[in-house]
Write a protein that binds this ligand. Structure first.
Ligand code: PMP
Length: 426
């Protein structure tokens, strides 16, 4: 039995499903989750000391690789001063200044402890600011697990949303409209009927939770126009894309200014951090400046701020985003060529350091129905063939992959060599 198998069995006694977040359980790909004990650069090491080239990067934060020393050192230095005070610290202002400098649409920012908290709070703020209850999100986008967001479309685009999980009140779900990603017509239609009641549109400017689906030209611009027309708050959920697809996030890459932005992952350098921010006029409605309540005992925790700030400073100095994009392009193009050689229907997407792998005949992936039409069983077999060879991909056909600055050309070539064998085995 591998160490992971033993550990997974033990974990299931007192942890639901043996994991603290469901995707880790390998439900989508089958088999036993790998238990890791250490990361270094582009590599992870499991409890049997097997080495893996890692394309998950802790689901995004490890943009500079594992154990990036300036981040580790910043945390070490902060550690000796104490773990948290629940009172203001100078580094919180440094962090806020840095975020506003890197993302100019953000004039004020509030730190929280997860992406879920960031989106939940941004939505409450948008509702409080506009005095409206309805929100729009897109099928296949994920914004964390707060009640208003665990909602799927009803039987027609404009019927009431239905809870996606037991425990979400139907009365709350009916305020969430779920529309099709990259389909401006569905958005226009919804707004023509109930636009004056819609507090916000929340969108992943590059979708990373139905695998990686880039926005079609004009989609984000269209959302901006519609929000302007109806006085609706446009929220870019940049928890995944922020500081990743470009230093200034997707809003810099596509040159569109949202009203509010939510952040996570990279901004915490690997520690639990999220943030939401945006226009001063809107952010001024947050307590204690305004009446919309939001708070957090651990918010702005000094260790987390130290990690996040060291990460953002390193990204500013490193100018790595072009190289991340080039690496993702090299890897995905290489995979497409190899798959074609093995006659496997397969296509890829990539934006900056994010990429997506799709086992499908379709040439283009525009949204959730394209992503879900892919052969997930085949993805599972590919995933395991790669895992056996020491390549750690996201254990789900619906998660984006992440490249880090630590991945070398040799790592990418080793990945392509492994893929050659994996595709052959399918
Ligand atoms: N928004 C997006 C775009 C995400 O990808 C995620 C997590 N993958 C979240 C929000 C939720 O973040 P967290 O898991 O930190 O709550």
């Amino acid at each position: 039995m591998s160490a992971s198998e033993t550990l997974f069995q033990a974990a299931q006694t007192h942890i639901p499903g043996g994991v603290n977040s469901p995707v880790r359980a390998f439900k989508g790909v089958g088999g036993t989750p790998v238990f890791f004990k250490r990361g270094e650069g582009a590599y992870l090491f499991d409890e049997d000391d097997k080495r893996y080239i890692d394309y998950v990067g802790s689901w995004g934060p490890m943009i500079l690789g594992h154990c990036y020393q300036p981040v580790i050192n910043a945390v070490r230095e902060s550690l000796d001063n104490g773990l948290g005070f629940g009172a203001p610290t100078a580094i919180e202002t440094e962090m806020a200044d840095k975020v506003c400098e890197l993302m100019p649409s953000i004039e004020m920012v509030r730190m929280v402890s997860s992406g879920t908290e960031a989106t939940m709070s941004a939505i409450r703020l948008a509702r409080g600011y506009t005095g409206r209850d309805k929100i729009v999100k897109f099928e296949g986008c994920y914004h964390g697990h707060s009640d208003s967001l665990l909602v799927k479309a009803g039987s027609g685009a404009l019927t009431l949303g239905e809870p996606n999980s037991p425990g979400v009140p139907a009365a709350l779900a009916e305020h969430t409209l779920t529309l099709n990603y990259n389909d401006l017509d569905s958005v226009r239609q919804a707004f023509s009927e109930v636009g004056e009641q819609i507090a916000c549109i929340i969108v992943e400017p590059v979708a990373g939770n139905m695998n990686c689906v880039p926005p079609q030209p004009g989609f984000l611009e269209g959302l901006r126009e519609i929000c302007d027309e109806y006085g609706t708050v446009l929220i870019f959920d940049e928890v995944m894309t922020g500081f990743r697809v470009a230093l200034g996030g997707a809003q810099a890459l596509y040159n569109i200014k949202p009203d509010l932005t939510t952040l996570g992952k990279v901004i915490g350098g690997g520690l639990p951090v999220g943030a939401f921010g945006g226009k001063r006029e809107i952010m001024s409605h947050i307590a204690p400046l305004g009446p919309v309540y939001q708070a957090g005992t651990l918010s702005g925790n000094p260790l987390a701020m130290a990690a996040g700030l060291a990460m953002l400073n390193a990204l500013c100095e490193g100018d790595i985003h072009e190289s991340l994009a080039a690496k993702a392009e090299y890897l995905t193009q290489g995979l497409e060529v190899i798959a074609a050689r093995h006659n496997i229907p397969f296509t890829t997407t990539c934006v900056g350091g994010m990429f997506g792998l799709f086992f499908t005949d379709a040439k283009e992936i525009r949204g959730f129905s394209d992503a879900t039409a892919c052969d997930t069983e085949r993805f599972g077999r590919f995933f395991h063939a790669m895992l056996d060879q020491g390549i750690y991909l996201a254990p789900s056909a619906f998660e984006a992959g992440f490249i880090s600055d630590a991945h070398t050309e040799a790592d990418l070539d080793a990945t392509l060599e492994a893929a050659d064998k994996a595709f052959a085995s399918l």
